[in-house]
Write a protein of this length. Structure first.
Length: 224
């Protein structure tokens, strides 16, 4: 028998060395898996954060679309119909002051065929980072008239300017100018309204609406 053909006995040192390499490889694999797990967790967290950010921006955009839809609908249908307030005082058809817009508009839908006018008086006011839209069931109010409200959140700023005969004005009607003989000069006809909204997540958005040149409406609403 040839001695070279006999299998060599594996020494205890070789067994320990092979076992040691296997353990080291296992530790390396566990380390790699740990890093992969941490990376995957960070990716999941980033994905959830991105999803939340997208959802917030989407909600803000939807809110902005609703606000502008109401503003546009009311402004482009505005008309020259003054009203009486709760104290019986006459208020102009279009009124603009700091952070407030009041107007009378047509086109108020009446699907339930209620006993009311198709004209509506609305007021927009900026309060506590919200744009509040108020409206009444009647044009000429009494002390029992109750306003209904719609609130649009995320509006951090609101301003309106009206284009008149002398340019853009932050208040409307403008202060009356006295002519010789103590006669008040006519205030002119408003031509356009420039509305600025500061919206959370979107910044400042400005739109200009042409005001319709409609005749004065003398509709007398018997409770409407």
């Amino acid at each position: 028998m040839c001695l070279n053909s006999l299998p060599l006995a594996e020494s205890p040192m070789s067994k320990q060395r092979r076992a040691g390499f296997t353990l080291l490889e296992l530790l390396v694999v566990l380390g790699i898996l740990g890093f992969v797990g941490i990376g995957a967790l960070q990716m999941v967290r980033s994905g959830l954060s991105l999803q939340g950010s997208i959802q917030t921006q989407t909600e803000g955009l939807e809110q902005a679309i609703r606000v502008w839809a109401w503003l546009e609908q009311d402004v482009i249908q505005s008309l020259s119909r003054p009203i009486r307030d709760e104290l019986g005082e006459s208020q102009p058809a279009l009124q603009v002051t700091d952070g407030m817009l009041a107007l009378t508009h047509s086109g108020w839908e009446n699907p339930l065929q209620e006993q009311r006018s198709r004209l509506q008086r609305v007021i927009y006011e900026h309060q506590d980072e919200q744009l509040v839209r108020r409206f009444w069931q009647v044009l000429d109010r009494d002390q029992d008239s109750q306003a209904k409200e719609q609130r649009f959140a995320g509006v951090t700023g609101f301003s309106v300017e009206v284009l008149g005969d002398t340019g853009w004005l932050a208040e409307w009607p403008p202060e009356a100018t006295m002519l010789p003989g103590g006669v008040s000069a006519p205030v002119g006809t408003p031509v356009a309204a420039r509305i600025k909204l500061n919206l959370s997540g979107l910044g400042e958005v400005t739109r200009v609406f042409e005001l319709p040149s409609l005749p004065v409406v003398n509709e007398v609403s018997d409770g409407s």
